[in-house]
Structure formats: structure tokens, C-alpha cells
Write a protein that binds this ligand. Structure first.
Ligand code: PA5
Length: 449
């Protein structure tokens, strides 16, 4: 089995005869992606990456991963946005839920902590508490090499490492993932002689999970990066046809755009496996940053069921009807637990005796699907046979390509992110960064009201 897209539970809101009208626009978007003629065409390296990637670099990543395992009890992954979410999504989806606290007999690879994705002194000093008794390595990831959050974290944790083990040993334990030529981080890596990995010029942050940005930390966590790439390569081949009727990835793009045009302006990615929480975070960045511009775009949200059926569930069932859901459905659970039978049926669960917990989870999914549909919420279902590296690689490519097509259908440049700059400019000005004096005065006056 492979990843499948089911639009049958959106039919009351949009049927194939309707979204099928986007056929010509989808075909046009397809050629813009493949012939690099559309907006943002300089950032299309991800389209063929699953077959063009450098295999020797993959080998070097695996070697670095092995070295990190030998050197350290902990890997710190420093990065934000596209330099953070992909690795975390894959590690969480494939790894043990309680990975970091598993005993050595169940986990041979290092603990992994993420930092540099906030500016919280509490978060960072709590992490320092964890590191007190531990040997650690650092993978610092930043394409521009100038992003404030990871730069601050790198300065702090590099100093800590150097204090702990000395400059020479620290040099052996720092791994840098950045641009080939540009940026402060590149310069720093060259000067200090850190082992470096390159983020290709033509791949933007949110499309970079299958580059060293994601692959090195994923390899350190013990996941099979060859299988991940193989899944993405097979997905690439499957979704090569421009024919909407044949291409489920493009169908997803077409259906969500049709729903958007009918004022279904919020898409919730929902799953029934807590392991997928960060996959949804990755997906939100991918779609939010790609489509939310020029006053347009579906707002990407997420929920974790059944937990959120006891919170957001009320709104989804009965609130404003501007929502649709895309369910990430995992067909086969990797673990089975069976409900036992009790002599006295005090909790009333004996009718489930002998059933697996996953069977109950599946019925929750089916029951919710129909309830939400009856409540006026279109439901799309993306099924994945099992949470394996291969299928996850496939799923990543499915969503990336659908995002490119979808952004073009919406009429925006899916590959830029001008809107993330304004807060940075304000923050730098308020911090008194040289060269921002005038803006500082102006902003401070506004803050004082
Ligand atoms: O998708 C994007 O472009 C952003 O989310 C970036 O990934 C994020 O800002 C981090 O940038 P950098 O890798 O340059 O530090």
C-alpha cells in the first residue's frame, strides 16, 4: 500500500465534477513547477531532490551521526522554522514517544533536544540543567546563518561546551548545516573548522527536510534516511503526471482550493496518533508560509484527536462553518494492545473485551468523520499504511508538491516569505542594533502610546 487521498467525504460540499474544472489550471501549475517558469522558480530544488541528491553526502551524514552517538549522550539541534520543524516532525513520527527518557537498553542513540526556536531564558536554562551531567554535541542549522534565535542559542551552548570540554574537543562536537558560501555561520564554521553540511541554494527552509537540515538529526535519532528518501522518490514518480484525474496529490490541491473559494478558509490537519503532532507543525509552516500572503490563503491549523475532541471538538461540530478537516489516517498501528475481560463489568467495557485499542481508535476516527460531516465540515482523508520512514518520505513529498500546486492555483508565490521580516526589523530596532536608530525612536514612541 501507499499513501492515498480520499475526497469522498467532501462530496456534499464539492464533487469531482466541480473541482475537476481546475484541470487546466492544475496542468498549468504542474508545468510551472517542472519547467521552472512560475513565481519563485529559483526555489524549486526540492521537486527533483529525491533523485538528484548527493549520495556521498548522505554517507557523510550517516558517518557524522555515528560519530555523534559515540561522542555524546545528547545532541542539541539548534534551528528555527524550516531549520527545525522537519527534523522534529520526522523524529517524533518515527521514534519512541518517550525517546529521551528511554533506558540505554532500549535506545542506543543519543537523547535529542531542540533549542534556538524561541527566545526564552527559562527554556534555555532548563536545558542547561539537563546537560549538567551529560556529554553533548551540537548541530546548528541556519540557511541564512544570521537568524537571531538560533544565533543566540549557538553562542550560549557553544560557550557551555567549550567550558566543559575545551575549545579543541568542542570543535570535534559541533556540526554546522548552512549555506554553501554565504552567512555568518558559514564564516564561523570555516574559521573554527567545524564539520559542515550544505543547504542547497534552490531549496527554501520549509522545503528542506530532505536535505541535511532534516537528515542529519534524523539519522542521529536512528531513523532510516535511505528509506525516507526512497519513499520521497517513489512519491515523486507517482505524482509526475499532470493529469488531475490520475494524480491524487494534485487532487488534494484542487479540492482544498475549491473549498477555500466556498469560504472554507481554515484547514485543520487532524490525526489520531500523538506522534504526528510535530508533523502537523511542519505542515502548518509549509502551508501557512507558502500561501498566506497578499491578503489570501487558507489558515492552516491542527488538532490531535481524540484529545481535542474534548476541547475544540465542540467548535468543529457546531461553530462557524468556515472549516474543513484533512485527516491523517494511519492504517496499521505498530503496536497492539488488547482490552481484557473482567469478571464483574463495573466499568462497562466488557463489550470491548478482546478488541485492540487501535480498533477503538479507528472507530473514533470513523464516528468523528461522519459526525463532523453531518455538522457541515468537509473531511478529506490522507491515509498512510504505516508510520515507517518510507511512507513518511512519501507523505512529505505529497504535501510539498501539493503545496506548490496549491499556491500557484491561489495565485501567490508559494516560495517566498516576505511577511516574516517585519517583526525582525522591529525587534532589531528596539534592541538598538546599529543602523536602526530612526526606527527605534519611532517604534518606542508608538509603544508609549
Ligand atoms: O521557511 C523559512 O524560510 C523560515 O521559516 C526559515 O526556515 C527560518 O526563518 C530559519 O531561517 P534560517 O535557516 O536562515 O536560520
Amino acid at each position: 500500500g501507499t499513501v492515498c487521498f480520499d475526497h469522498s467525504k467532501a462530496v456534499p460540499f464539492t464533487a469531482p465534477e466541480e473541482w475537476g474544472q481546475l484541470e487546466a489550471a492544475v496542468r498549468h501549475a504542474h508545468f510551472m513547477l517542472h519547467e521552472k517558469t512560475g513565481l519563485g522558480h529559483e526555489y524549486l530544488g526540492w521537486v527533483d531532490l529525491p533523485v538528484t541528491y548527493d549520495e556521498t553526502e548522505l554517507v557523510r551524514m550517516k558517518q557524522a551521526a555515528t560519530r555523534i552517538s559515540q561522542q555524546s549522550d545528547v545532541l542539541l539541534v539548534i534551528g528555527i522554522g524550516g531549520s527545525y520543524l522537519g527534523a522534529r516532525a520526522v523524529l517524533d513520527s518515527l521514534g519512541h514517544t518517550f525517546y529521551n527518557v528511554l533506558g540505554k537498553s532500549k535506545r542506543q542513540t543519543p537523547e535529542i533536544y531542540f533549542v534556538g526556536n524561541n527566545i526564552s531564558s527559562v527554556y534555555m536554562s532548563h536545558l542547561m540543567d539537563v546537560l549538567e551531567e551529560k556529554r553533548f554535541s551540537i548541530n546548528v542549522i541556519s540557511k541564512s546563518g544570521t537568524t537571531t534565535e538560533p544565533a543566540i542559542a549557538f553562542r550560549l551552548f557553544r560557550e557551555l561546551l567549550e567550558k566543559k570540554v575545551g575549545k579543541d574537543e568542542a570543535r570535534q562536537r559541533i556540526y554546522v548545516t548552512t549555506d554553501r558560501n554565504r552567512g555568518a555561520l558559514k564564516q564561523l564554521a570555516d574559521e573554527a573548522g567545524y564539520e559542515s553540511f550544505v543547504i542547497p541554494d534552490d531549496i527554501g527552509g520549509r522545503f528542506s527536510v530532505l536535505t541535511p537540515v532534516g537528515l542529519l538529526p534524523i539519522a542521529v535519532g536512528g531513523a532510516d534516511i535511505d528509506a525516507l528518501m526512497a519513499g520521497a522518490a517513489d512519491a515523486r514518480r507517482r505524482y509526475l503526471t499532470p493529469d488531475l484525474g490520475e494524480n491524487e496529490c494534485y487532487q488534494y490541491a484542487a479540492v482544498r482550493n475549491t473549498l477555500y473559494r466556498k469560504n472554507k478558509t481554515i484547514e485543520m490537519l487532524v490525526g489520531y496518533e500523538p506522534q504526528l503532532r510535530f508533523f502537523a507543525e511542519w505542515w502548518k509552516q509549509l502551508y501557512g508560509e507558502s500561501e498566506g500572503k497578499n491578503g489570501r490563503g487558507i489558515f492552516p491549523a491542527s488538532a490531535e484527536f481524540s484529545a481535542d475532541l474534548h476541547s475544540l471538538g465542540q467548535y468543529i461540530q457546531d461553530g462557524m462553518r468556515h472549516l474543513f478537516e484533512t485527516v491523517l489516517h494511519v492504517e496499521r498501528s505498530q503496536r497492539e494492545l488488547v482490552i481484557g475481560e473482567e469478571e464483574v463489568d463495573r466499568d462497562g467495557l466488557n463489550f470491548l473485551a478482546g478488541q485492540s485499542i487501535d480498533y477503538v481508535n479507528k472507530k473514533a476516527f470513523e464516528g468523528t468523520l461522519l459526525a463532523h460531516l453531518d455538522g457541515g465540515v468537509p473531511n478529506l482523508v490522507v491515509s498512510i499504511p504505516e508510520l515507517t520512514a518510507y511512507h513518511l518520505g512519501w507523505l512529505i513529498y505529497f504535501f510539498e508538491k501539493a503545496c506548490g500546486i496549491s499556491g500557484y492555483l491561489l495565485g501567490v508565490n508559494p516560495f517566498d516569505q516576505p511577511g516574516v521580516e517585519l517583526y525582525k526589523a522591529n525587534m532589531f530596532a528596539l534592541l538598538g542594533k546599529p543602523g536602526h536608530e530612526e526606527r527605534k525612536r519611532e517604534l518606542e514612541a508608538r509603544l508609549q502610546g
